[in-house]
Design a protein around this ligand. Structure first.
Ligand code: SF4
Ligand code: SF4
Length: 348
């Protein structure tokens, strides 16, 4: 069982087509997290992605990989918009990861608005270029939830050697222009949230759908147990061709999730009424399926219901949503269903 590798665009790094996504290990104990990361390494995964914004994730990955640092590629991200903040973030990240360099450092969750600050004098772009010149970071990347924005970046900014975007069998937009463009420009493509942030239940169909696309360099699922690591490595080590049964599963999931799939990017925020939009749109298909009704989820549902009632119908959220979701139509429908499910403690 050997996981296959692909070249990460112009970085020339030879990385495993499935890497490790560092978001979920924040939710488990440190010992468990270290065990999971080590198991990934032992099974051959060589690309580990985290971010300054993922609380304990960097520290845990650092502890797990310290002794094998030279055998792996580590990527992190910074939300910094200014040069000063980026240097501070980078210092903390290196310290957390117990290393003196990063293989890939990415500007995190960028859009048109934040790019104005990042690319202005004393912005984070200056600092990230300087950090590369100093050899502290080997390659520069950018992450965004907006394929359209990333197309613009890849076309206009030679500096970016990798992009990270969400792509799956519901949100297929990146496959049309962005991923082929990256292939032509030799920009590495890293696919985040391959399981739709927990909305897809079948790991095999989700991973194969992404990796069968040769314009993809790698995907980085989060994994919470050694069993999950083993299952995902097995899937990626075998043929990526989707069986007839798996194609049917995809069709079913498409029908269920339909055109209403929320990627939890929170670009729709801030909402003037304080409505946690992604919570309303996603809970039924993600946290509820994963964890069932907890006391805190019930309380959050009750509190959110009052906020949804106070929606101003201003539509600002819909203008910001990169997936053009009809948020004003969906919010009351989803909220009503969530309330009903919480009253009976039902799980769909
Ligand atoms: S339409 Fe409603 S949910 Fe959307 S931003 Fe306005 S108040 Fe918030
Ligand atoms: S509603 Fe749109 S912008 Fe808001 S979290 Fe979901 S996908 Fe992102």
């Amino acid at each position: 069982m050997a996981i296959k590798k692909r070249i990460l665009g112009k970085t020339s790094l030879n990385i495993t087509e499935m890497g490790f996504g560092g978001i979920p290990i924040q939710r488990i104990s440190e010992d468990e997290a270290i065990k999971v990361v080590r198991h990934c390494y032992e099974l051959g995964i060589n690309y580990f992605d985290t971010a300054r914004g993922y609380t304990t994730s960097e520290e845990r990955i650092g502890k797990a990989l310290e002794e094998v640092r030279e055998n792996v590629y580590i990527a992190s991200k910074s939300h910094a918009r200014t040069s000063k903040d980026l240097w501070e973030n980078l210092k903390t990240t290196l310290n957390n990861l117990r290393t003196d360099y990063l293989d890939v450092y990415q500007l995190h969750n960028v859009n048109e608005e934040s790019w104005k600050f990042i690319s202005s004098p004393n912005g984070a772009l200056e600092a990230i270029k300087d950090a590369k010149k100093e050899g502290i970071i080997k390659h520069i990347g950018i992450t965004s939830h907006s394929p359209a924005f990333l197309i613009k970046m890849v076309e206009e900014q030679e500096i970016f050697e990798t992009i990270m975007v969400g792509y799956n069998f519901i949100a297929q937009q990146p496959a049309e222009i962005l991923l082929p463009l990256c292939k032509r420009k030799n920009v590495g493509t890293i696919i985040m949230k391959p399981f739709g942030g927990g909305a897809f239940t079948n790991a095999s169909t989700a991973l194969k759908f992404i990796l069968v696309n040769k314009n993809v360099s790698c995907t980085i699922p989060g994994m919470l147990s050694v069993e999950e690591v083993e299952e995902n490595v097995k899937i990626c080590s075998e043929s990526l061709e989707l069986s007839e049964e798996e194609k049917k599963i995809i069709e079913e999931d498409r029908k269920i999730l339909g055109e209403e799939f929320c990627a939890a990017c929170d670009y729709c925020q801030p909402c003037p009424s304080g409505i946690p939009i992604s919570f309303v749109l996603r809970t039924e298909l993600s946290s509820l399926r994963r964890m069932g009704w907890t006391e805190s989820l019930i309380k959050q549902t009750q509190d959110t219901a009052q906020k949804v009632d106070a929606c101003l119908q201003c539509g600002v959220c819909e203008i910001r949503c990169p997936y053009q979701l009809p948020i004003r139509k969906l919010l009351p429908e989803k909220m009503e269903r969530l309330k009903k499910l919480s009253e009976t403690r039902s799980i769909p």
